[in-house]
Design a protein around this ligand. Structure first.
Ligand code: ZN
Length: 251
């Protein structure tokens, strides 16, 4: 009874003979090209996910608007406090004026002058207060708009990121599956042939194995002799394009 290991050796031996090395390398190349494509896309996705400049910009605008509103509110409060304190002073002076306790005409005149000045000051402060109130209202409106814009941008980016995160997950799953497929394919490939394949992939822009299309190399278009085409289907020997140097696969 053959053991499990023996069976698996028999199995790969039969694959070795039923498919030639170029076919396995061609299969490996398909997997590697897909892996490259996925890795490239994953890189792009990571760049987008890390680069939320639009949201940062919206955040900056909202904090600027908030700061302006706060400042405006503080300035308004300062004016209101001043109005209160001057009004109190004016009321005190008026109460002294009408108390009947001061009889000196000079003193009474001074008091009247002071009250007149305080009234004038209150009027001018009230103008400033009104102006500040209008300014505050504008600031509050701007803050509200910045806040709406921020929420809109945030929703957009969350939506976009969720989509990209979903794509990333599915690409990562695909990558796991492909690396298993790659391992399985590698079991049928001779180490020397693999080394040749790897070096060709590096020097030939990722395309180490070229298909024979009719009687030419599909990668460079060079015509092949019938004997070359014949030996390309040999299970043991690998044929290389004499023009571009790639491994030829008869398809
Ligand atoms: Zn060629």
């Amino acid at each position: 009874m053959p053991n499990k290991k023996h069976l698996s050796n028999l199995h790969s031996a039969s694959i070795m003979t039923s498919m030639n090395q170029s076919a396995h390398l061609y299969q490996l190349q398909k997997i590697d090209q897909e892996i490259d494509r996925i890795n490239q896309r994953l890189k792009e996705i990571d760049t987008v996910l890390q680069n939320d400049e639009k949201l940062l910009d919206a955040e900056r605008k909202i904090s600027e608007a908030k700061e302006k509103t706060l400042l405006s509110r503080q300035e308004l409060r300062a004016i209101e406090d001043e109005v209160k304190s001057i009004t109190l002073k004016k009321e005190q002076s008026e109460s002294s004026l009408y108390s009947g306790k001061i009889r000196n005409p000079k003193e009474l005149q001074d008091l009247e002058n002071e009250i007149a000045l305080l009234k004038k000051r209150i009027l001018s402060l009230e103008d400033a207060q009104l102006e500040k109130m209008i300014q505050l209202e504008t600031c509050e409106q701007e803050e509200k708009e910045a806040s709406t814009e921020y929420s809109k941008t945030q929703a957009e980016i969350i939506g976009q990121n969720a989509e990209l995160k979903g794509e990333k997950d599915s690409l990562e799953q695909k990558l796991t599956r492909l690396s298993l497929e790659r391992e399985a394919t590698l079991r049928s490939i001779d180490a020397n042939n693999l080394a040749v394949y790897k070096s060709l992939r590096q020097t030939k822009r990722g395309l180490a194995v070229a298909i024979i299309q009719e009687t030419s190399c599909a990668a460079c278009g060079a015509s092949l002799r019938p004997a070359e085409i014949q030996s390309a289907s040999s299970p043991k020997e690998m044929l290389f394009c004499s023009s571009c140097g790639r491994i030829l696969f008869s398809g």
